[in-house]
Ligand binder design. Structure first.
Ligand SMILES: Nc1ncnc2c1ncn2[C@@H]1O[C@H](COP(=O)(O)OP(=O)(O)OP(=O)(O)O)[C@@H](O)[C@H]1O
Ligand SMILES: [Mg+2]
Length: 329
């Protein structure tokens, strides 16, 4: 069995090269207190995410990743094992090979932690690959070419950009601000401007709906900041756009600095081809236009912005030259 795994801060995607996407769910795990960690897992993915903000006593909804990196080995291992079970595997036998995405800005120690967690979960051999490279491959780019390519990945925990060619990375930048901070900015805005406390899930849904329904007002439910009673508020999509703008501006500024490290010839390559944009938060209204303006380069959105990293990781697994050049172990 050969798998491409995108262990993202917000979503986990598992792709099987030939059979396509086997698993695509939020990176959340529901744990019961007491007993061993393995016996304590009650649910992963959607079933666990449904209980965020409404977890009964004795249970905890846990997000195993922090800004795209593993902070607790045991949690990550338990989580990966549960994901693979849900993705359709029963029992553990040697022979699950995988490529797993890691942030391009992660340290050797951080990607060693992911690899260790994966190995302990029964995935062997496992190779780490920069998510930027994996996403590019998933969109049909060949990173072994002599021409320079540049990608921008805006996820839940981090936003990253990388320029690469001929088996190597030329320059990269990481912003620790991404989708999660956009959600927090929306929640803060609604609290300050509409005197309404909204949960993380409501704020995220409001952020995403604002992009889909650009003209209509959006109704959101929360708790009145003064009386503490439940009530509704009406929010305009333009207000949501204003609320997230400081975060997106900051991300664009951080990522644009990547151009400072590129030689004119490299920039000419990217100019001719355009910058590839993916990750869930790349869909925030106005983001690609703002990025284009700041970089002074054409930007194009990936067709599958949420799954191209896992698809590319699965594809890389079957290309020895690619893994030899870009794989990290
Ligand atoms: N249509 C949309 N508009 C705005 N934001 C969106 C949209 N769809 C998803 N998002 C946001 O995208 C983020 C998830 O994207 P993605 O799955 O690429 O992140 P991830 O890979 O899990 O995180 P990371 O790469 O940072 O570890 C979430 O913050 C989510 O709110
Ligand atoms: Mg990601």
């Amino acid at each position: 069995m050969e798998l491409g795994i995108d262990l993202g801060t917000a979503n986990t995607v598992v792709s099987h090269g030939r059979r396509g996407i086997l698993y695509d769910e939020p990176t959340v795990m529901l744990l019961r207190s007491g007993r061993s960690r393995r016996e304590r897992v009650l649910a992963v993915g959607h079933e666990a995410a449904d209980l965020l903000g409404r977890t009964p006593a004795g249970l905890a909804a846990v997000r195993p990743l922090d800004d795209g990196v593993v902070t607790d080995l045991e949690t990550a291992r338990t989580y990966l094992r549960s994901v693979l079970h849900k993705a359709g595997r029963r029992g553990w036998s040697p022979g699950v090979r995988a490529v797993i995405g890691v942030p391009v800005g992660s340290t050797a120690l951080e990607h060693r932690a992911v690899l260790e967690a994966a190995e302990e979960a029964g995935i062997r051999p496992v190779t780490a690959l920069d998510e930027s490279i994996a996403g590019a491959i998933g969109c049909g780019i060949d990173p072994l070419e002599r021409r320079v390519h540049m990608v921008v990945d805006v996820g839940g925990g981090t936003a990253e950009t990388a320029a690469f060619c001929f088996g190597g990375v030329l320059a990269h930048r990481t912003s620790k601000l991404a989708g999660n901070e956009m959600t927090l900015a929306v929640a803060r805005y609604v609290r300050e401007q509409h005197q309404l406390h909204v949960g993380e899930l409501e704020a995220e849904a409001l952020k995403i709906r604002a992009g889909d329904e650009l003209d209509g007002p959006l109704v959101v439910q929360g708790r009145d900041a003064v009386t503490g009673r439940p009530r509704l508020a009406t929010v305009q999509p333009a207000e949501v756009a204003d609320a997230v703008r400081p975060v997106t501006d900051d991300i664009v500024r951080t990522l644009s600095a990547c151009l400072d490290d590129l030689a004119p010839q490299a920039i000419a390559d990217v100019m001719a081809e355009g910058v590839l944009l993916f990750g869930g938060s790349s869909q925030v209204p106005g983001f690609s236009t703002e990025l284009e303006r700041s970089l002074g380069l054409p930007v194009k959105l990936a067709e599958e912005p949420l799954t191209c990293v896992a698809e590319g990781a699965a594809r890389a697994l079957r290309n020895r030259r690619l893994l030899a050049a870009y794989g990290r172990s």
